[in-house]
Design a protein around this ligand. Structure first.
Ligand SMILES: Cc1cc2nc3c(=O)[nH]c(=O)nc-3n(C[C@H](O)[C@H](O)[C@H](O)COP(=O)(O)OP(=O)(O)OC[C@H]3O[C@@H](n4cnc5c(N)ncnc54)[C@H](O)[C@@H]3O)c2cc1C
Length: 533
């Protein structure tokens, strides 16, 4: 078996992984692995932008306040302050790497800032309506130009290798079993520092804005290694994904509502005033999503509409070129027609529990970006705070790694006996795999979605457990098939989400349970899950 040794192993090529790589390259050799192509990330899909306080009237305190209000009592103060106050420095770094944020046409010495739901001030920096794509491109270009960074596409992280020689409190990770999907072999990559930057888990749900890569792999890797996972019940649903039979995962950015877009019910009437009379369309996402869910359930309609036709056609085309062109491909001219939209699973607020430095329970295993639960988002993420969180925590991790790496590098790796994994072939028809994929996603959408009940959650729990047993019996081990490997992860993620949802007997943020419609002081804490308690 091929064994590769490096200084830093990063799993994931989104904003978290690549921004960390660009910092660590000054300390040693970095390998970044990614399971598809470099560009296949949620980062590439981000439209709206990055929240950052740049102007004096747009005080840090207000961004902190807005973040905490959205987080509904569960944000960690220290983390919120850190992220908001570090934003200008991290944005400057992005600009130095080559990202060119839009300027204000009236005053080109300033950036053009926009508004999104839950923000009390305009503070979102953006590049048209394709901010993520612009950032991802710059990060990839910089990584490709660096001699110290090795980028390996189609490499899937399967299992963490732990140093079993150490005691529980000081347990260490030594490497990762990696499936080389194109070379059809398993490799071991050993490194004194490993960072999980594997993104979210939207594929657990039938409808999602997320890319196909979002199967919660990093969370599964960490959980299986005994690391603590937090707040999995808080899955944010984005209120407005394009509703069209041929559109897959296409998000209609919150910035459209920021520019005055109005939501209309299936009868063509505005409705947000009934649910949040003051903020209306700009209420936080959980409120807007539940309002749409209610309107759809009451009317039996299939979608609601987002209308921006009151704005001049030229302005719409210039401000939202990507959304305009994509909708036009589906026969919808957003300058003259309201856009059909539905909610979809969008962002996992929970994840691998990490500290101020991005460290997990295992001190040399870091978790950064959407796979981590830092305490920034609490029970509900404020729009455009996630790209920022990834940047801030890759910097925090870099600071900690700079401190611990010299000692770790000198240490001898005390490896357990490495197994020679056999790569298995699927014996039965692939329909067993695709059926279980669909089943899990449908169960999660129908019973663990926007509005939950204890009965629905218990129903889902039993069914997901059965699927997990079947997976264990039939597909344990390593298969040279991404669908099988990801199926195991979405099944585990589904179980963790339902378990956490059952533990939180209140409604808070994105977790809304009809049997417990109120917030309870008793639950002002994280929901923690661990494989080996
Ligand atoms: C449509 C859309 C719009 C959004 N808009 C915004 C926005 O405007 N502003 C904002 O702040 N946030 C936005 N978000 C959220 C934000 O984009 C993500 O939270 C953020 O990009 C996550 O970055 P990441 O680096 O953690 O993960 P990702 O960018 O998803 O990268 C994860 C990487 O890990 C790799 N990976 C996963 N598992 C494995 C494995 N087992 N082995 C190897 N590699 C693996 C993936 O292939 C991928 O390369 C949006 C999200 C979506 C989906």
């Amino acid at each position: 078996m091929e064994i590769i040794k490096t200084d830093f192993l990063i799993i994931g090529s989104g904003i978290a992984g690549l921004s960390l790589a660009l910092k660590l390259k000054t300390l040693g050799e970095v390998i970044v692995i990614t399971k598809k192509r470099l560009f296949d990330t949620a980062t590439s899909l981000a439209q709206g932008g990055i929240a950052c306080v740049l102007s004096e009237e747009n005080h840090f305190d207000l961004h902190i306040e807005d973040t905490k209000l959205a987080g509904d009592g569960l944000c960690k103060d220290e983390i919120v302050k850190l992220v908001v106050k570090s934003a200008p420095a991290r944005i400057k770094e992005l600009i130095d790497w080559g990202v060119s944020f839009d300027r204000d046409p009236e005053n080109p010495s300033r950036f053009h800032l926009t508004l999104e739901g839950g923000h009390s001030r305009k503070r979102i920096l953006h590049v048209g309506d394709y901010t993520g794509r612009a950032i991802e491109r710059v990060l990839i270009e910089n990584c490709l130009a660096s001699e110290n960074i090795i980028l390996l596409e189609h490499h899937f992280a399967v299992e963490l290798i732990l140093d079993r020689g150490c005691d529980a409190d000081a347990c260490k990770v030594d490497g990762v079993y990696v499936l080389d999907l194109e070379g059809s072999k398993v490799k071991i990559i050993l490194a004194p520092i490993i960072a999980l930057c594997t993104g979210g888990a939207g594929k657990v749900y039938l409808y999602t804005s997320n890319p196909d890569t979002a199967t919660g792999d990093g969370i599964a890797l960490a959980y299986n290694a005994g690391v603590t996972i937090a707040n999995m019940e808080f899955f944010q649903f984005h209120p407005t994904c394009l509703y069209h039979p041929k559109a897959k995962n296409f998000l209609i950015s919150e910035a459209i509502r920021g520019e005055g877009g109005i939501l209309l019910n299936p009868e063509g009437k505005p409705f947000m005033h009934k649910y949040d009379p003051v903020r209306r369309e700009l209420a936080p996402r959980d409120i807007v999503t539940r309002a749409i869910d209610m309107e759809l359930k009451q009317s039996g309609g299939e979608c609601v509409y987002l209308d921006i036709t009151h704005l001049p056609s030229d302005y719409i085309k210039k401000r939202f070129p990507y959304i305009y062109e994509t909708c036009l491909k589906f026969g919808i001219d957003i300058t003259t027609q309201p856009i059909p939209v539905v909610p979809a699973a969008h962002y996992l607020c929970g994840g691998i529990k990490s500290n101020l430095w991005g460290q997990t329970d295992i001190f040399n295993l870091f978790a950064i970006g959407e796979c981590a639960c830092t305490g920034l988002h609490g029970a509900n993420r404020l729009a455009s705070n996630s790209l920022l969180e990834a940047l801030v925590f890759s910097h925090q991790a870099y600071l900690k790694i700079k401190e611990i790496f010299p000692t770790l590098k000198k240490e001898k790796i005390n490896l357990p006996k490495l197994k020679e994994p056999e790569i298995k072939e699927i014996k039965e028809e692939k329909i067993f795999i695709s059926h279980n994929w669909d089943l899990i996603r449908k169960i999660m959408w129908d019973f663990v979605g926007i509005v939950r009940t204890t009965k629905m959650l218990n129903f889902a729990y039993k069914r997901i457990n059965l699927i997990n047993q079947e997976i264990e019996e039939n597909w344990s081990g390593i298969y040279l098939d991404l669908d099988v490997m990801e199926l195991k992860n979405i099944a585990l993620l589904a179980e963790l989400i339902v378990k956490s949802a059952l533990l939180r007997r209140e409604s808070r943020g994105t977790h809304y349970v009809l049997d417990f419609p109120f917030k309870s002081k008793e639950y002002e804490r994280d929901t923690l899950l661990k494989k080996f308690p």
